[in-house]
Every structure is written in C-alpha cells, then in structure tokens.
Design a protein around this ligand. Structure first.
Ligand SMILES: Cc1cc2nc3c(=O)[nH]c(=O)nc-3n(C[C@H](O)[C@H](O)[C@H](O)COP(=O)(O)O)c2cc1C
Ligand code: SF4
Length: 434
C-alpha cells in the first residue's frame, strides 16, 4: 500500500479551495450523506460504524458506534457535539481537518447526528482558532444554503440544526462534560460520571460528544463501507490515524498513516529522520498527557492502540512530540506540569493542589534548591492524585510525570548533585541567570 492510498482523511490537505463547497462536491462530497439519508436508517448507520471498528480519536479510543448505541431509544431529544477544542500540547490535527476540509467534518457530523437522531449539532471550537471559526461558520452556511442542513434535509424528512460554538480558551472544556457545561452557559467544569452524557448530557438529554477526526472518518466509512475502512490498520485498531508531529525532524506536520505502522518506518520514511545535527532522545507519542518513551522503546513499537499500550504509553490524540538529545527533560516536564497546574479547574483537591505541588517541586529542583527526597516526593504526590479525581486531567499530569521520573531519573538527580557544587556553568546557575 503506498502512502497516498492511505490518505483518506487528509486527501484534500493542501488542495486549492478544498474548503469550499463546489470543490468538495466535485470530489464526491455529500455523497455519503445522500446515501445515508436515502438508503440507510439510523440503526443501520450505527451498525456500519460498529462494523468498521472506528474508535474515538479524541484520546480515549472508545468505539464510536458502541457509544452511539447507548442513547436511549425513547429519548424526547438527542444532541450531538463535535469536540474541536483541541488544546492538548502537541496536538494540531483537528485544526488541519477544519482548515483544509471543513465540509468532510460537517458531512460526518450530519451523518453521525442522523445515526443518533439528534435534532441539534454543536461544533465546539477552541477559542484561539479565530480564523478557523470564520471558516467553519462559512462552510456551515454553505451547507444550509445547499439543503444539507435545516428542515427536511434532501427531502428525507430529517431535520437538523447546526451551530458553531466558540470556546473561551480553557483546556478543560475539551473534557466532554466540561464541554457540555460550557455550551449550556455554566462554568466549563467536568461532572462526575455516571450518568454518562450519552444518557444524560446537554439540558439533561442524551448527548454524544465525538472528536473532529472521528466524525470525518464516519464520512469515509458510510461512503466506502466498513470493509474499505478495515483495509487499513490492524484487527483491533482499524483504519488510519492522523499524527501531528512537532520537533526537529525533517518533515514535521500532520501525517496520515495506517494504524499499526512501525514507528521506525514512520520516523524514517514519513518524517525523514532527525534534522541535521540532531539526535533522537525520546518521543511523546500521543499528546502531552501520555507517558514518554525513550528512543529505543519508540523504535521497537508500532503505532496502534494495543502496541503502544504494551510499550507503556498510549496513542492518545496522536500529538507526537519528537524530543532531541539536547533537550533538558526536567525543563520539559516543568513546562508540562505548569500547563496542567494552570489548566486544572480546581474542583478536586488532589488535582488542584497536586498539579501545583508537582510544578513547584520540579521548579525547586531546577533552581538548585532541591534534594534527593524531593524526587521521591514527586512520585508520592503522583500516588495521591492518580484515579482520585472527577475527570482524568489529574491522571494526564501524573502519567508524564511518572514516566519522566522512571526513564530520566539521572537528569533529576544531576540537578541535586550539581547544586551542591555550584559553578558558573552549572545548570541551576544558568537557570537563575535566565
Ligand atoms: C482534560 C481533557 C481534555 C480533553 N480535550 C479533548 C479535545 O480537545 N478534543 C477531543 O476530542 N477530546 C478531548 N478530550 C476527550 C473527551 O472528553 C472525549 O472523550 C472525546 O471528545 C470523545 O470523542 P471520541 O470518542 O470521538 O474520541 C479531553 C479529555 C480531557 C480529560
Ligand atoms: S481532575 Fe482537575 S480538572 Fe478534572 S474536575 Fe478535578 S480539578 Fe477539575
């Protein structure tokens, strides 16, 4: 299979005017919607998506069709929300989809809404994506004008309204119950589950939240069939995956690959290896919330849910951060811990206090004021946070922290030893000067 064949979601990336309706329609756009409305009833669409094996691309990897199946059949109203909050450090693939191919996302959102008989679809976009919000709103207007949205879509009898909701810059609004609260007009804070949104969400009604890439894949699955989708990937990790790659490689950016591709092949053939003068030290495979792997571990794994779990990490959102040899790992984890501390919504004590402690202890070490006991204390603080909070943000801080301690502990210890022999070039002295 050549590389272009597996570009099923990214085929319009870089196409001139690919975001405009006439170009999209000329390339088969809205064919899948016509097919769904004319030939398939909602349960059949759900069945196709189940058969495809599609798992949610927002991070948790939950099977999309199975989630849709949780919506009670007798619900008086159902809502569908597309999660385009995309605030995880290292992740920028949904931005590409919305920028280059907004109609594929809109078409997938309409089909997914139809599958659960939703009456309203909300596309929730990260507030910082200013220009994208205009682009998506224009595309939604085009879809309304063409009869793909509104009342009696394509004479099918199905009605669906769609709105584009602008977030206000909080990472936590990407968590599905935080997102629903934010759309409702409440504080964007997560809720305890159960009840799950598929049963009780927006305005107390069943609400499905899916990631941008998930709904874009639905368009392909309905158009080409589940078997075509399963041609890519492995038995349990079907289809293709978008990876947003940052760091000093020759070809950073968004790449679409078949699931199960060996990282080694992706690194050499897609990314072109490291840029001149750089050496690979470590890789964060799926966004800042997943455990880091050493270069050796990365080279021996494959890019699918199961292989990455076996390697001790997660596929997450596909935000791959390539870390070069020159990177100071303690500095990197300090930046990440600052992020989680800053973004904690503050409801749960272990998260509110724990993220702050993690950040402050790492900062203390980097200032040359830390001790070896502080390194153990970092691990203890993690133990007091993991699995004890309303939402997984606390775990999202704990997972990278633990993995950095486990795999790069000598770098933490070196800071303690160096601080005992301060010289003008010691790391902590440089830190204080900067
Ligand atoms: C702190 C936090 C932030 C999240 N941010 C996003 C996000 O930006 N986009 C996203 O799709 N999912 C995000 N998620 C996951 C969502 O809660 C939810 O699982 C996802 O949108 C479901 O879509 P999927 O099943 O298609 O993956 C986040 C979760 C947490 C805990
Ligand atoms: S874990 Fe953190 S972000 Fe999540 S609800 Fe609790 S305090 Fe808020």
């Amino acid at each position: 299979m050549n590389r272009d064949e597996c570009r099923i979601l990214s085929k319009r990336f870089g196409t001139r005017d690919g975001h405009k309706l006439p170009v999209y329609e000329a390339q088969g756009g809205y064919r899948a919607l016509r097919k769904a409305l004319a030939e398939l009833d909602p349960p059949k669409v759900t069945e196709l998506v189940k058969d495809s094996g599609l798992r949610g691309r927002g991070g948790a990897g939950f099977p999309a069709g199975v989630k849709w199946g949780f919506v009670p059949k007798d619900a008086s109203a159902v809502y569908f929300m597309v999660n385009a909050d995309e605030s995880e450090p290292g992740t920028f693939k949904d931005r590409f989809l919305l920028d280059f191919d907004p109609h594929a996302v809109i078409e997938g959102s309409i089909i997914s809404s139809y599958a659960v008989s939703a009456c309203l679809c909300v596309i929730y976009i990260r507030g910082e994506f200013g220009w994208l919000i205009d682009r998506v709103r224009k595309a939604v207007d085009e879809a309304y004008a063409a009869g793909y949205l509104g009342r009696n879509i394509l004479d099918s009898g199905y009605d669906l309204e769609m709105i584009v909701h602008k977030g206000a810059g909080a990472y936590i609004c990407g968590e599905e119950t935080g997102l629903i609260n934010s759309v409702t007009g409440n504080k964007g804070q997560p809720l305890i589950k159960p009840p799950f949104p598929a049963v009780s969400g927006f305005l107390g009604k069943p609400t499905i939240v899916n990631n941008v890439e998930t709904v874009a894949a639905v368009t392909y699955i309905v158009d080409e069939g589940p078997e075509a989708y399963r041609r890519f990937g492995t038995e349990k990790s079907t289809g293709t995956k978008l990876f947003s790659v940052s760091g000093p490689v020759r070809n950073p950016g968004v790449h679409e690959i078949p699931m199960g591709l060996p990282f080694r092949e992706f690194f050499h053939d897609w990314l072109g290896g490291m840029a001149a003068g750089e050496e690979l030290k470590a890789v964060i495979m799926g966004g800042s919330s997943v455990p880091v792997l050493t270069a050796e571990e990365a080279m021996n794994t494959r890019l699918d849910y199961e292989s990455l779990q076996e390697a001790g990490t997660m596929l997450g959102s596909g935000g791959m951060i390539i870390i070069p040899a020159r990177c100071d790992m303690v500095e990197l984890i300090q930046v990440l811990m600052h992020f989680y501390w800053d973004e904690s919504c503050g409801q749960c004590t272990p998260c509110r206090e724990g993220t702050g402690w993690l950040h402050r202890i790492v900062r203390r070490l980097r200032r040359g004021e830390g001790t070896l006991e502080d390194i153990d204390l970092l691990a203890k603080v993690c133990d007091g946070m993991a699995g004890l909070t309303i939402c997984p943000l606390a775990d999202a801080a704990v997972m990278p922290m633990r993995s950095f301690l486990q795999r790069f502990r000598p770098e933490f210890e070196a800071l303690v030893h160096e601080s005992k022999q301060p010289g003008p070039d010691s790391r902590w002295a440089r830190e204080i000067r900067s």
